[in-house]
Design a binder for this molecule. Structure first.
Ligand code: FES
Length: 104
């Protein structure tokens, strides 16, 4: 199921922004003209990745500066060691849509 999220212009300033889709909080990213989404909650603690710092394809968590690759969800910088969930993103009708599993 594709759920509408935010316009791509929301990503212009920081390259990352939060959205709630199907009751799920996600972080959306713009990297080199492509869009990506992960769960917003850091797998290391109670921090919002959308409040973090996007550097290329890496998002740095604002709490302990662990990093994830936003394309794969892989934890690439300590203290993060557990991958963050990723979701497909598509642009349709001027809005980014996030692909959610099942009938959400
Ligand atoms: Fe994200 Fe610790 S909560 S690195």
């Amino acid at each position: 199921t594709w759920a509408p999220a935010i316009p791509p212009s929301d990503l212009e300033e920081f390259g990352v922004a939060a959205a709630t889709v199907g009751g799920l909080k996600v972080a959306l990213y713009a990297v080199d003209g492509e869009y990506y989404a992960t769960a917003d909650l850091c797998t290391h603690g109670a921090a919002s990745l959308a409040d973090g710092f996007l550097d290329g394809e890496l998002i740095e968590c604002p709490l302990h500066q662990g990093t994830f690759n936003v394309k794969t969800g892989a934890a690439v910088g300590a203290p993060c060691s557990v991958a963050v969930r990723t979701f497909p993103v598509k642009l349709e009708g001027g809005l980014l849509h996030v692909g959610l599993p099942g009938g959400a």
